[in-house]
Write a protein that binds this ligand. Structure first.
Ligand SMILES: Nc1ncnc2c1ncn2[C@@H]1O[C@H](COP(=O)(O)OP(=O)(O)OP(=O)(O)O)[C@@H](O)[C@H]1O
Length: 546
C-alpha cells in the first residue's frame, strides 16, 4: 500500500516534472516572444521618436515662417495704425460736428423754411403784381384796339358795298339780248360801266368783282370781316340782286366751289384752333328763312311754324327768337350736316324750291362765343350771312295774287333794309329797324360798332340791264350816304320804298348828287377814271374807302 502510494507519488512527480518542463519551455517561448515584441516596440518607439522630431521640426519651421508673416503683418498694422490715427481723429471730429449739426438741424430747417417762405411769398407777390400790371396793360390794349377799331370804322364807314358780276350763262340765251353790257375799269377795281339803252352809266362801289373772279378771291376780301366776329363784333353780309344774278352762288356756292358761308365757317374753325392755347370758343349756327314777312326756323323740328322776335326778358334790350334752333358745330362735317338738314327742311316746305328761294331771305346766323381763360373776358360775336330775296320789280310786271303779295313783301323788306342802312350811315336818331322782320331780326348786328357788307350781284346780260341798273343804284346809294355832321342830315332825301329804285332813266342816274355819271360808249375811259376824284371833292358825297 505504501509502495502503491509511493508509486503514485512518483508518477505524480514525474508528471509534475513534465508539466514543469513544458511550462519552462513555454516560459522561454514567451520570453523570446516578449523580447522580440520589446525590440519591435523599441524600433517603433524609435521611429515614432524620429517622426515626432521631424514633425516638431517641420512645425517649428512652419511656425517660424508664419511668425515672420505675422510679424510683417503686425508691422503693417502698426504702420496703418499710425496713419489711421489722424484719420480717426478727423473722423471723430467730423462725427462730433455732424452730431452738433444734426442736433441743430431742426432749428436750422425751421429758420431756412421761414426765410424760404418769406422769399416765395415775396416772389408770388411780385408775380401777382406783374400779372395785375400785365392784365391792366392787356385790358388797356384791348380797349385801345376796340377804340382804334371804332375809329377806323368811323373813318371808313362800317357799311361797305361790293359788286359782283356773274358770267354770261346758257340761261341768258343767245342773240343781242345775251350780249355783255358790263365793262370794267382797268385802273380802278371799284368802278364798273353799264351800257343801258345806248348810254354808258358808270358806278363806283368799294370793290367790283368781274365775272372771272373766283370764290376764293371774293372770300379773301371778306375774311377780315368774318374773323372780326371772333373778337366779339357783329357782322352782316348780304347778297343783294335780281333773281339769277348769283346771290346763292356767292353765299352758298357749289360743293366743288363753296361760297362765303362754308368758307367763313372753315376760317372760323381754323382761327379758333390757332387761339386755343388762351381761349375757349364755341361756334354755333342757326338757319332761318323770311318769306312773306314770316320767320321760320330751317333747323327746327317744326319748320312750318312761324317764329316771333322778342325782347329778352332780362331787360338788356337785346332781341331773341324763342324756339330758334342753335346747333353747336365743331367740324366741317357738322356744318355739312347742318346745311343738308336746312336744305331738306326748306325743300319739303315748298313745291318749287328755286322759285321759293328767290322770293325768301335765307339767313345763316353764326354765333362765336369766346372765353379768355387767363382774364375771364367773355366775347360774343355774330356773323349773319344773308341771301336776300330777288330784287326784281315783279310789282311792275302786272303780277297778281300770291306773286303780287310776295313781291310786295320783298319790296317792303328790301326798302326797309335800305332805310335802315341809310339811317345808320347818316347817323339818324331813329333807325326804323321794326319796319321789317329782316331788319328787326338783325337789329343787334346792324347797329353800334357792327359791320355790314352788301354784296350786290348783277347779271351782265343786255336783257337784264334795267334790273342791273336798279341794283347798282341801290348799291351806290347805300354806299354814298353822307357821314357828315348832324346838321347836314336835313339834306338827305328819305327812302320811302323799294319803288324809288325803279327809276331807270340814265338821266336820273347821272345826277351828281346820286354819285352816277353817264356817258356815251365813246367817252367811257376818260370819265370813269375821274369818278372817284369827283365823288371825293363833291360837297355831298364821301366815298367809303376800302
Ligand atoms: N360767279 C359765278 N360764276 C359762275 N357761275 C355763276 C356765278 N354766279 C352765278 N352763277 C350761276 O348763275 C346761275 C344763277 O345763280 P344763282 O342761283 O346763285 O342766282 P341767285 O341770285 O341766287 O338766284 P335766286 O334769286 O333765284 O336764288 C347759277 O347757275 C349759278 O351757278
Amino acid at each position: 500500500m505504501q509502495r502503491q502510494v509511493l508509486k503514485e507519488m512518483e508518477q505524480q512527480l514525474q508528471s509534475s516534472q513534465k508539466t514543469a518542463a513544458q511550462l519552462r519551455a513555454q516560459i522561454m517561448m514567451y520570453e523570446a516572444e516578449l523580447e522580440r515584441a520589446h525590440g519591435q516596440m523599441l524600433e517603433e518607439m524609435q521611429a515614432m521618436e524620429e517622426e515626432k522630431n521631424h514633425a516638431i521640426e517641420e512645425a517649428f519651421s512652419r511656425a517660424q515662417v508664419e511668425m515672420k508673416a505675422v510679424h510683417e503683418n503686425l508691422a503693417g498694422v502698426r504702420t496703418n495704425l499710425l496713419t489711421l490715427q489722424p484719420a480717426l481723429r478727423t473722423l471723430t471730429h467730423d462725427y462730433n460736428s455732424l452730431k452738433r449739426q444734426v442736433r441743430d438741424f431742426p432749428l436750422l430747417l425751421q429758420e431756412t423754411l421761414r426765410s424760404a417762405r418769406a422769399e416765395i411769398g415775396q416772389a408770388i407777390e411780385e408775380v401777382h403784381s406783374t400779372n395785375r400790371e400785365l392784365l391792366r396793360k392787356y385790358r388797356r390794349e384791348l380797349q385801345l384796339r376796340k377804340k382804334c377799331h371804332n375809329e377806323l370804322v368811323r373813318l371808313k364807314g362800317n357799311i361797305r358795298v361790293f359788286g359782283r358780276v356773274r358770267p354770261i350763262t346758257k340761261e341768258d340765251g343767245e342773240g343781242p339780248e345775251a350780249t355783255n353790257a358790263v365793262t370794267f375799269d382797268a385802273d380802278d377795281d371799284a368802278v364798273l360801266h353799264l351800257l343801258h339803252k345806248g348810254k354808258q352809266v358808270s358806278f363806283e362801289l368799294d370793290k367790283v368783282f368781274p365775272p372771272q373772279a373766283s370764290q376764293e378771291e371774293v372770300f379773301q376780301e371778306v375774311q377780315a370781316l368774318v374773323t372780326s366776329c371772333i373778337d366779339g363784333y357783329n357782322v352782316c353780309i348780304f347778297a343783294y340782286g335780281q333773281t339769277g344774278a348769283g346771290k346763292t352762288y356767292t353765299m352758298e356756292g357749289t360743293a366743288a366751289n363753296p361760297g362765303i358761308n362754308q368758307r367763313a365757317l372753315q376760317l372760323l374753325f381754323s382761327e379758333v384752333r390757332s387761339k386755343a392755347a388762351d381761349w375757349d370758343y364755341a361756334i354755333s349756327v342757326s338757319a332761318a328763312e323770311i318769306y312773306n314777312e314770316a320767320l321760320r326756323d330751317l333747323l327746327g323740328k317744326e319748320p312750318q311754324e312761324k317764329l316771333e322776335i322778342k325782347l329778352c326778358p332780362d331787360g338788356s334790350g337785346q332781341l331773341y327768337v324763342p324756339g330758334l334752333t342753335e346747333f353747336r358745330v365743331q367740324s366741317v362735317e357738322d356744318i355739312n350736316k347742318v346745311f343738308e338738314f336746312g336744305y331738306v327742311n326748306r325743300a319739303t316746305e315748298c313745291t318749287n324750291l328755286n322759285e321759293h328761294s328767290s322770293r325768301s331771305h335765307a339767313l345763316l346766323i353764326i354765333t362765336v362765343r369766346g372765353l379768355d381763360r387767363s382774364t375771364g373776358l367773355r366775347t360774343t360775336g355774330k356773323l349773319n350771312l344773308v341771301d336776300l330775296a330777288g330784287s326784281e320789280r315783279v310789282g311792275r310786271s302786272g303780277a297778281e295774287g300770291s306773286r303780287l303779295r310776295e313781291a310786295q313783301h320783298i319790296n317792303k323788306s328790301l326798302s326797309a333794309l335800305g332805310d335802315v342802312i341809310y339811317a345808320l350811315r347818316s347817323r339818324q336818331g331813329h333807325v326804323p329797324f321794326r319796319n321789317s322782320k329782316l331788319t328787326y331780326l338783325l337789329q343787334d348786328s346792324l347797329s353800334g360798332d357792327s359791320k355790314t357788307l352788301m354784296m350786290v350781284q348783277v347779271s351782265p346780260a343786255e336783257k337784264n340791264t334795267s334790273e342791273t341798273l336798279c341794283s347798282l343804284k341801290f348799291a351806290e346809294r347805300v354806299r354814298s350816304v353822307e357821314l357828315g355832321p348832324v346838321s347836314r342830315k336835313a339834306e338827305l332825301v328819305s327812302w320811302p320804298s323799294q319803288e324809288h329804285l325803279e327809276g331807270d332813266s340814265p338821266g336820273t342816274a347821272a345826277s351828281p348828287g346820286r354819285g352816277h355819271t353817264s356817258s356815251s360808249p365813246g367817252q367811257l375811259s376818260g370819265r370813269s377814271a375821274s369818278i372817284r376824284r369827283k365823288l371825293q371833292t363833291s360837297g355831298k358825297l364821301r366815298p367809303v374807302p376800302v
